[in-house]
Design a binder for this molecule. Sequence first.
Ligand code: ZN
Length: 406
Amino acid sequence: MRATDVLSHIDEGELIALTRDLVRIPSVIRPGQPGATEAGVAAHVAQWMRKERFEVEVHEVAPGRPNVLGILGERESGGLTLLLEGHTDVVTEGDAGLWTRAPFGGDLVEGRIYGRGSADMKSGLAAAMVAAAAIKRSGVDLGGRLVVGALVDEEGDMLGAKHLCTTPLGHELSAAIICEPEQNELCLEQRGVVWARVTARGRMAHGAMPEAGVNPITALAALLSEVPALERRLRKLCQRSPHLRPPTVTPTIVQAPVQGVAQPNVIPSMAQVTLDVRLTPGPDGDAIGKEIDAVCERAMAAVPGVEVTWQAVNGFRLATQVDKDEALVRAMVKGVRQATGRAPKFGGVPGSTDGTILRMTLGIPIVTCGPGHRLIPHQVDEYVEVAELVEAARIYVASALNFLNG
Ligand SMILES: [Zn+2]
């Protein structure tokens, strides 16, 4: 059976309905509200997969926060295992009054499905589920295993992806398609991120007698003045990419005092700034770390007596890059042609995804490709085009068969 024959088993009405159903189950993580997790969506996904007779594994990552994995095909020695990856959490709807559609309504209007998560990324997840169901229903023999993963916490600490990397199923993976909203472009590169939390420690004193203390805020001012130079150095260190914006260093949080009450006449003992450092492929974590060390040392030199240290909140998520010669990429290039009749467009992911964790931890090739405009995630009136949604499911079917059945 050819890939193109299997495409006819995609049920568009079912795909649209499933996407709307997933959007209607809110999965914003609201700390302190026990029910506000991915549990509802995860249960719906698991039930749907069981109905389709997928083999289903549920991995409890944290209380009420399960990864759901649906598996097709037999585990054979030498066979490949491909993951179609999505996440079940969504970001906050923010001020619902700013939306013209109900944030969790799943409205279908003029070829678009609206709602928080419609693009990022319940549509991509639904497309992966329906693609796998089409393969199952077609009866085509799989030369390996196809896994649909609905993971938790992508918008947070990526606990779901980190957990998957510790499981037997994670270790079995040969490659992954990350179904994030990228306008169905084939993204072989993703920018990396390091959140560098810089802490300056001085000595507390009266504001009227600064000579009696050591002001950590002054050291952070020196550090912030070095940010443009740090950005320039990182741009030299990292590769240029036609699909990714160059590295950036952006201060996002400034805090002083860190503990106690803020008072105008008190020099605090500690001050902190967080730098959001975005990277393109090239340097390793050590090389990036050395550049950040250097600006900390210059800030210390600028204000004698202040100690300046930093740590990476959430670790290093380096930029990822996959070669065009990889079997997965070749399978997808062919898959896009079979699914759409067009040559693929290549692109790049502006931020990091669960794929970053899979690539860094397991070393497997990843390609990010899914329905939804790249800039729409996290905005009000988020939507996905139904045409792109259907196209994504077709791309997943053809690519999976090309990859697993060679
Ligand atoms: Zn996402």
